[in-house]
Structures are given as C-alpha cells and as structure tokens.
Design a protein around this ligand. Structure first.
Ligand SMILES: [Cu+2]
Length: 245
C-alpha cells in the first residue's frame, strides 16, 4: 500500500514537472509593458590603434555576376578617420521588461553581387526575416544555428524565402555556392539593441529608467560589457573601445 502510494506520488510529480516545462512563460522571459518617460542610451564603438586593412576575399566563381576582382572582407570594418567600428551589435543584456518587440524585421537579408547585405543584422526572438537573392545566379542559405532549426537551402536567382528565429543566439549564415560569402543574424531576447553605423555610432531608445548591463558584440573582436544608468527623458552615453587582438 505504502509502496503504491509512493509510486503514485512520483508519477504525479513527473507529470507536474512535464506540464511546467511545457509552459511557455519562463522565469527569465522578457515582458512587454508600456514604457512611459523612457530614456535612451547612445554612444560609439571605436577601435583603439591603427585601423587594420580589410582582407581581400578571392572571387573564383560566377565572375560575370560576382565581379572579376576580390571582395573586401567585412569581418572587421573600421573607419579610417573616426576609428568607428561598423556592424557591432550593442544591446541591453539584462532588461526584464520594456517596449514591444518588432516581429517583422525592418530589413531583409539580401544576396547581391555575391555578398550578403547587410553583413550583420539584429532581430528580436520570434521575428521573421525575408531572405532574398537579387542576383541572376544560384545562391544558397546555410544557417549555422544551434538553438533555432538549422537550414541549408538553395535559392535561385530572383528568389526568396522567409525564416523565423524563435530563440536568442548568434546565427552565422553562409552561401555554400560562393565560399567567400558570410553574414550574421543576431537574435536577441529583448528589443533593446542596435547595430553600429559606419562611424561606430549606435542609439537605443525608449528604455525604462534603471540600471542595466550593456553589451557590445563584434564577430572578430568578441564581447565587451559595461554598466549603464538610464534616467527618464535623458540620454546616457556609453563608449566602447576594442584593442587590437
Ligand atoms: Cu552565393
């Protein structure tokens, strides 16, 4: 009798455990709320030292479309004058609640003249992206994702596909037809992110007043973090500097 009761309670707690793990709301999930009197965070990501010259990628296929010359690698783009680093994803790492996430990405990821445009994009978890081929040659979309379902599909000239990314992670995308082509889709758990422009500038707005961890990610130089205090109606300034590796 005692034995069967114990067995019953084990089965009962297993079932309860399964019900909980299947539940969509996790303790660390981001919550969308109305943001009143938010502030912003702005700043610059710079390269400390001489700007390295870009690597030249060899173009050895479909030259009619892709070009007869080498292409400049975008793995590290530093502005020679401002020393700003382009394509750095800057984000608030630990914000629990705030503005609504945009679930249809404002930009598409295009394959044009045998390069991915843009080279780096950031989206909210749950967002869908249009993946285009603006060329007249066959491209391929190979996602090196681990948490999101990976895909590896050909896309014919002028074609497109749509993909949804539900889980936060950095997803490298390559084209297996043209091995010099690569890009990154950075999927974030909250909508407080920006990608730096050609002068390394970024701005994140509509942030509820509070103290946060802010993070910069660059594909070649890695991560940097800082603390930021955001006040209502004010712009907090955070500057990052990467040293030569
Ligand atoms: Cu390609």
């Amino acid at each position: 009798m005692v034995k069967s009761l114990r067995l019953f309670s084990i089965i009962g707690s297993l079932a309860l455990g399964m019900a909980w793990s299947g539940h969509v709301v996790r303790a660390d999930a981001y919550k969308e709320v109305e943001v009143k009197d938010g502030g912003s965070v702005a700043g610059t990501v710079k390269f400390d030292g001489d700007a390295p010259s870009a690597k030249v990628l060899k173009v050895d296929k479909d030259e009619q479309t892709c070009g007869h010359e080498g292409k400049l690698s975008e793995e590290l783009v530093v502005n020679g004058e401002s020393k700003g680093v382009k394509n750095v994803v800057v984000s608030l790492a630990d914000i629990a609640a705030g503005k609504k996430a945009e679930l249809s990405a404002a930009v598409a990821l295009d394959q044009k003249e045998c390069a991915f445009i843009p080279h780096v994009m950031a989206i909210s978890a749950g967002a869908s992206i249009e993946l285009l081929n603006s060329d007249n040659v066959m491209h391929n979309l190979h996602s090196w994702s681990i948490k999101n379902p990976a895909f590896n599909e050909g896309v014919s000239g002028g074609g497109k596909m749509n993909k949804k990314f539900d889980l936060p992670e950095v997803v490298k995308i390559t084209c297996d037809v043209h091995k010099w082509m690569s890009s990154y889709i950075v999927v974030k758990s909250n909508p407080y992110f920006a990608v730096t422009d050609e002068n390394g500038k970024f701005k994140i707005d509509n942030v509820p007043a509070g103290s946060y961890k802010i993070e910069a990610w660059q594909e070649k130089l890695g991560k940097k973090t800082a603390d930021v205090a955001v006040k209502s109606g004010e712009e907090a300034v955070v500057d990052f500097a990467y040293a030569k590796k």
